[in-house]
Write a protein of this length. Structure first.
Length: 94
C-alpha cells in the first residue's frame, strides 16, 4: 500500500497541475512530490501523470486515483477532528 505522502502528492499535483505548485500546496519538496508520484505509478503499474512543457496532466487513471485519495484524506482529517473532540462523529450527526 502506498504512503499517505504519496497520495498527498498526487492530490496536490491534481489540484495544481505542476510539481512546483504541488510542492507549494503540500509543503513537500519538489523532489519528494516527483518521487512519490513515480512510486505510485510503479505500484499501480500504469502512468498517472503526463507532462507537457512544464504542465502536468493526470491520466484518467490518475484522476480517478486522485479523487479517491482526496476522499480518503478528507475522511482521515475528519477522524482526527472527532478524536480531538472538535467535531461530532458521523454517527452522532445522523
Amino acid at each position: 500500500m502506498a504512503s499517505l505522502t504519496e497520495y498527498q502528492a498526487l492530490v496536490a499535483l491534481a489540484e495544481t497541475e505542476s510539481v512546483r505548485g504541488a510542492s507549494e500546496r503540500s509543503g513537500l519538496p519538489r523532489s519528494t512530490v516527483s518521487r512519490a508520484v513515480r512510486r505510485l505509478e510503479e505500484r499501480v503499474g500504469v502512468p498517472l501523470v503526463l507532462g507537457e512543457g512544464g504542465a502536468m496532466h493526470l491520466t484518467p487513471e490518475g484522476r480517478q486515483l486522485a479523487a479517491d485519495a482526496r476522499r480518503v484524506l478528507a475522511d482521515l482529517a475528519d477522524s482526527e477532528a472527532v478524536a480531538r473532540g472538535s467535531r461530532p462523529s458521523r454517527a452522532d450527526r445522523s
